[in-house]
Design a protein around this ligand. Structure first.
Ligand code: ATP
Ligand SMILES: Cc1cn([C@H]2C[C@H](O)[C@@H](COP(=O)(O)O)O2)c(=O)[nH]c1=O
Length: 259
């Protein structure tokens, strides 16, 4: 339903789509927080789609299996960057944009900043070159909020060890690689502080969830019930959603019309 139809008499509630991303080093606690945030948002009445990168669609999950498989070693940095970007293009087109258009909150475990950090810095391709490569995959989509779980190497390594899973091709890189990756997440946050939240990953999980949920709930608050054309059709005025695709604002409310 188009935003314009929100002027129909009897609009009871509107929901707003938003893209919320968790970034950080391997073992920082991202997957834990994705699930916890989804529970908090659902309890508050939001419709949530959880997803991850690389992955989220059948094709992107297939690319994930390929690119993380330790048997494919060595892989050139360029090949690796292109594989992550191709998975992302499918993820954005087939899963993220449609969910945002339905007014859902999409919570993703990693997104483009992971490419900037791992391929840009870790593999030495350059952060801005990798961001430029990904422009084609993203087609203007920018997360409304990126939460960086800033983790020190000792914490990350002990958490990964406790989890007891075999290491993938990226996880098995040296400590210096992971420290450089973490530094890049912080640098990207410093470039656009208004749409980032940097949190110490060593904090108790519940405390992290509460802080993120507060910000996410404000970001996705339903628009006030109204039959006024002005309030019903100006979602772009809300902070955060101005970062949506310029050609296709995913902030457009989806209305629950009372019949
Ligand atoms: N705030 C926290 N405090 C203590 N332990 C935590 C915290 N958050 C997560 N953990 C634990 O640390 C381990 C790694 O967490 P999780 O799988 O969520 O990290 P991740 O960032 O998604 O890792 P990866 O990138 O490798 O998939 C898990 O065993 C999890 O229970
Ligand atoms: C999206 C993305 C990911 N990576 C790396 C980062 C991790 O080591 C793995 C993904 O594993 P996780 O358990 O889901 O965290 O892939 C990358 O190098 N580049 C990317 O764009």
């Amino acid at each position: 339903m188009s935003a314009g139809l929100a002027t129909v008499v009897g609009v009871k509630q509107t929901t707003r789509g938003a893209l919320i991303v968790f970034e950080g080093g391997d073992g920082a606690g991202k997957s834990t927080q994705v699930q916890a945030l989804a529970r908090a948002l659902r309890a508050a009445g939001r419709t949530v789609t959880c997803t991850r990168e690389p992955g989220g669609t059948p094709l992107a999950e297939a690319v994930r299996a390929l690119v993380l498989d330790p048997c494919h070693t060595p892989v050139s940095a360029q090949t690796e960057a292109l594989l992550f970007a191709s998975a992302r293009a499918d993820h954005v087109t087939r899963l993220i944009r449609p969910a945002l258009q339905r007014g859902e909150v999409v919570v993703s475990d990693r997104f483009v900043d992971s490419s900037a950090a791992y391929q840009g810095t870790g593999r030495g391709l350059g952060v801005d070159s990798v961001l430029a490569l990904n422009e084609w995959a993203l087609q203007g989509l920018v997360p409304d909020l990126t939460v960086v779980l800033d983790v020190d190497q000792d914490t990350a390594e002990s958490r990964r060890a406790r989890r007891g899973l075999p290491e993938d091709r990226m996880e098995s890189e040296a400590g210096a690689f992971h420290r450089a990756v973490n530094a890049t997440f912080r640098e990207l946050a410093a470039r656009s502080p208004e749409r980032y939240l940097v949190l110490d990953a060593a904090l108790p999980a519940e405390q992290i969830t509460r802080t993120v949920a507060e910000r996410a709930l404000a970001l996705t608050a339903p628009a006030a019930s109204s039959s006024s054309p002005a309030s019903a059709s100006s979602p772009g005025a809300r902070p955060g959603l101005s970062h949506a695709a310029p050609s296709e604002s995913h902030g457009a409310p989806s209305e629950d019309v009372t019949r």
